[in-house]
Design a protein around this ligand. Structure first.
Ligand SMILES: NC(=O)c1ccc[n+]([C@@H]2O[C@H](COP(=O)([O-])OP(=O)(O)OC[C@H]3O[C@@H](n4cnc5c(N)ncnc54)[C@H](O)[C@@H]3O)[C@@H](O)[C@H]2O)c1
Length: 250
């Protein structure tokens, strides 16, 4: 008897690192649910994954919206009856310093990067527990460790949110174990298809300060996420794993 197809939910899966994760998980035989704000980009990624023979569901939603996460979990349960993998990837930098940022902008950075993880873990953990197990991977950042002081795209509010993900990951590894394993990934500088202001303006200079002499690509991060999401046997939980080509002085 063949085992049922596993299902992965990837937030922010329309483009960038999330799209890389969607590809890597589909290549490993999982059906995919993408949650994102960008409908045309979700449609494009859906086409790519359906061409690989996998089922894809897309949900247009703001990950900061707690009620929508519950609705989407109910829709995933109705369509697939299971959720084996949750990748909390959606997130956004904030380049504003402490003396300039508004309360609303601070709250929004925390909501999109950190509360989103709470929203989706609370919504999907029951389905994982019902199914007898699951894996969660949340996208933190090297900035959680370094503060990202010289970064053009993200300052303290982003670093705080991404550091919060690490604390949440460790606490939930204890609370949800042994049934669910949960880890965080901390990428250094990753050049996505759109690029970011840092890699556009300082890519070559930054590469000189990275041991592997290049900035990362979505596929680099996706490889690690797919490992954490699917490897068997598996004995890793509550960890924050840096993937940065070993970056220093940035
Ligand atoms: N690119 C890097 O250098 C880097 C480094 C460390 C961590 N990260 C993290 O990796 C993750 C992916 O970043 P990326 O570089 O691929 O960025 P990206 O902007 O290319 O992709 C992010 C995706 O998330 C979606 N998204 C953003 N806010 C959302 C919201 N409120 N609701 C639903 N979807 C939303 C976007 O629409 C987009 O599809 C983020 O959490 C980011 O903080 C990126």
């Amino acid at each position: 008897m063949t085992s049922p197809t596993k299902v992965a939910v990837v937030t922010g899966g329309a483009r960038g690192i999330g799209r890389g994760c969607v590809h890597a998980l589909a290549e490993r035989g999982l059906d995919i649910v993408i949650v994102d704000l960008l409908r045309p980009e979700m449609e494009r990624t859906r086409g790519e994954i359906e061409a690989m023979g996998r089922a894809v569901m897309i949900e247009e939603a703001d990950v900061a919206d707690h009620a929508r996460a519950r609705e989407i979990a109910a829709a995933v349960k109705a369509r697939f009856g299971r959720c084996d993998v949750l990748v909390n990837n959606a997130g956004r930098g904030n380049p504003t310093g402490i003396l300039e940022i508004t309360e609303e902008a601070f709250d929004r950075t925390i909501a999109v990067n950190l509360k989103s993880c709470f929203n989706y873990i609370q919504a999907f953990a029951p389905l994982m527990l019902e199914g007898g197990g699951g894996r969660i991977v949340s996208m933190s950042s090297l900035n959680a460790h370094t503060g990202g002081v010289t970064s053009a795209v993200s300052k303290f509010s982003y670093a705080a949110a991404k550091a919060g993900i690490i604390g949440m990951t460790k606490a939930l590894a204890k609370e949800l174990g042994p049934t669910i394993a949960i880890n965080a990934v901390c990428p250094g500088i990753i050049e996505t298809e759109l690029g970011n202001s840092l890699t556009r303006t300082r890519g070559a200079e930054l590469a000189k300060k990275i041991a592997l002499q290049r900035v990362g690509k979505p596929a680099d991060v996706a490889q690690l996420v797919a490992f954490l999401a699917t490897a068997e046997p598996f004995f890793i939980t509550g960890q924050a794993i840096t993937i940065d080509g070993f970056q220093w002085e940035i």
